[in-house]
Design a protein around this ligand. Structure first.
Ligand code: DON
Length: 304
């Protein structure tokens, strides 16, 4: 497989999408990012890697962090986690509150905001220092101790996060939050503010793609079966109400964030991280989605 040539084509052909979409401005600090950046990093089996563009530029991983926090909570609680959270696609926007009310405070899945808030609550209950432990876990996964939070992004979201505040209060009203709402929100905004680049993300997801085994990082251990389940949720719920379209056009498990990053991977073959800040209407990177569609089409390497 000539990955280098394929990525060059992906870069050129996805340029038509460079002007599409809008940067996330509902978190004011995010709107300060140069919107015209684009990076891609492919981590293949046998330590081969390929990169192009702004692949080493740091960005806010936002909802991609939900995979890391789910991994920690699943490792701590095991199957009991599913008493508080479902595994069905929501078919709704990432911050929707409607479904949560009529489904009695049990979020559809761990990747919509309501689900991630329940996961944050679990970590606050089980860990002495959840922020430090999350950061250590991510640093170990990515094999890079320089990874950290961006407090400006966290503060900016805290100041404007009325939607998330309403979600956490609705969850609390349904007794699915045990800690103070403010503490849950504070942790959630910090997890979303973690700054990483495409290279670090591609490395951090290598254990999910079974390129590195066993799954044991920091104090977090996941069995093969648990990794398989997290990957299944990425496939069915990783892109909110665009998850079906992502499976249809790209055909890989993955996760997006409103910082414009997308991580996707082919078990046993590769991980690929793309970043481009302008988002489509569903909150996923417009050029990033196109780049991944081109990549699996040109390489013929999707899971289907
Ligand atoms: O809660 C929020 O709105 C953001 N911190 C994260 C949303 C997000 O990344 C959705 N992903 N596409």
């Amino acid at each position: 497989m000539n990955y280098s040539q394929i990525l060059q084509k992906v870069y050129t052909e996805s340029q038509a999408y460079a002007s599409k979409g809008n940067i996330a401005n509902y978190i004011p600090e995010l709107s300060k990012v140069n919107p015209d950046q684009f990076g891609v990093f492919l981590q293949a089996k046998n330590d081969q890697h390929f990169e192009l563009g702004d692949s080493q530029e740091l960005f806010s991983i936002q909802s991609i962090s939900k995979v890391f926090t789910l991994s920690m909570a699943f490792s701590l609680l095991g199957e009991n986690i599913w008493k508080r959270i479902g595994v069905e696609p929501s078919g709704s926007p990432f911050n929707s509150i409607v479904q949560l009310e009529y489904e009695n405070g049990i979020p559809r899945n761990p990747f919509i905001n309501a689900g991630a808030l329940v996961i944050a609550d679990i970590l606050l209950s089980y860990l002495d220092n959840p922020k430090a432990e999350l950061l250590h876990f991510v640093q170990e996964l990515a094999q890079d101790k320089s990874i950290t939070f961006d407090p400006k992004i966290a503060q900016s979201e805290k100041e404007t996060g009325h939607h998330n505040a309403s979600l956490v209060h609705m969850l609390k009203a349904h007794r699915n939050i045990n800690n103070p709402c403010e503490d849950v929100l504070d942790f959630y905004y910090y997890q979303c503010s973690i700054a990483m680049n495409c290279k670090q993300l591609a490395q951090a997801f290598s254990p999910y793609a079974s390129l590195i085994e066993p799954f044991h990082f920091s104090s977090i251990t996941l069995s093969k079966s648990q990794v398989k389940r997290i990957n299944a949720i990425m496939l069915s719920c990783g892109f909110y109400d665009e998850s079906g379209e992502f499976a249809f056009k790209v055909g890989l498990p993955g996760k997006s964030g409103v910082g414009g990053g997308i991580i996707a991977f082919h078990p046993d073959k590769y991980t690929i991280a793309v970043w481009s800040p302008k988002l489509n209407k569903k909150g996923n990177s417009a050029r990033g989605m196109k780049a991944l569609e081109l990549f699996t089409t040109l390489s013929g390497q999707s899971i289907f």
